[in-house]
Design a binder for this molecule. Sequence first.
Ligand SMILES: [Zn+2]
Ligand SMILES: [Zn+2]
Length: 124
Amino acid sequence: MRNTRQKQAIRDAFERAGRPLSTEEVHGDAARASRGLGMATVYRSIRSLLDDGWLSVVEVPGRSPLYEIAGKGHHHHFSCTACARVYELEGCASVSAELPRGFTASGHELTFYGVCAACSPKAR
Ligand SMILES: [Zn+2]
Ligand SMILES: [Zn+2]
């Protein structure tokens, strides 16, 4: 029962955020709803939600993995270099790359870097 409630607190954290979260961010948010929630439990619950197919891994180069709710369509991410939050971008940027003769691409991965609106000097 306890496990179920903790897993629910972690699911809620992802649903509230609407963007990929690191283990630390999940812990920070879920620990407010579920008192005494430890990092080890967060790791275990994330592992279990990955096994359930509810979460998927988001790889951002140079960072520890983040997680997002699985089953979304093809999309990209924006990584803020100021606050380290990662945001989900709608749809696909037009990507153009010259493929060598005889090569066929079956997909691509793309991460944008920069400063988010909250960290932008203009927003202050
Ligand atoms: Zn930011
Ligand atoms: Zn794309």
